[in-house]
Design a protein around this ligand. Structure first.
Ligand SMILES: [Zn+2]
Length: 127
């Protein structure tokens, strides 16, 4: 049985579902690896083309980035790779955390509203 104090403590942190990613995890890895390959090689046109391909595929519109501003291009690719389907579905993941044992185990749970998965380490409490 979870005490009201424990529940209050868990709910003190907001854990709202951010919604699923547009790209599958395989696609994320593929684009991430491609990006790092071009970044390591210092190949600006190739790195830019990866961003361009994603902008087109995700229909985000084009963001102009000054030549050789690797940091800005990196932030752009990260935003694109991890873009979400929606601005989050709003489900409160604390409900699932409280429904599972508070035993310090690592868990992967799926949002019951949109199936977005999160992994977390269950908190432990001295009762
Ligand atoms: Zn959700």
């Amino acid at each position: 049985m979870i005490s009201p104090e424990t529940e209050q403590c868990i709910r003190a942190v907001t854990r709202t579902c951010k919604g699923p990613h547009v790209l599958s995890s395989e696609q994320q890895v593929k684009f991430r690896d491609l990006w790092y390959r071009y970044q390591d090689a210092g190949d600006w046109p190739a790195a830019q083309s990866v961003v361009g391909v994603l902008e087109k595929a995700l229909k985000t519109g084009h963001l102009e980035i000054p030549d050789n501003n690797w940091e800005a291009l990196f932030r752009r690719i990260v935003d694109l790779i991890y873009i979400r389907v929606a601005d989050g579905c709003g489900y409160d993941f604390n409900d699932l955390i409280l429904a599972n044992p508070l035993d310090g185990q690592d868990r992967v749970v799926a949002c019951p509203k949109c199936n977005n998965q999160i992994s977390y380490k269950a908190p432990t409490f001295e009762e």
